[in-house]
Design a protein. Sequence first.
Length: 143
Amino acid sequence: MKCIYIGIAIFLANITLASAQIVPPNWVSDKLLEQAESPIQKQLDTGVAMNATAEDMAAVRDARLLVIYLQLFEHLDKNGQAKLYHEQDMWLHKRDVALEKLQDPTGGSDTMLNIALKQLELTDQRINELSDRLKKVQASAAK
């Protein structure tokens, strides 16, 4: 799963971000992402291989965040794109700092799980923030 996310990031790094649409409207639907998330969420809820499952879910949610970020990005002018890029870069840094604070120097068994769960929480919050902004931008563009 992490390989997919890394592959997408590498692909996007090679795209020149002009005014062209980056994400085709019907490429990644919520249904496809939910299909990927559903079995992972079931494993997470039941405690099956929780560390790996939480990490997998965090990777899926990061992919969802990336798609929403790109959809919002393509609706913005150059100035808005630069601001969003900077904002996202700062958010990623803050998330990394928050996750680093959860590191257990003694290597406690719950450390990786707690980090992945916190990453999920923070990423879900960011998904909601960017989704709300995307809806507003799309609504104003439709007028």
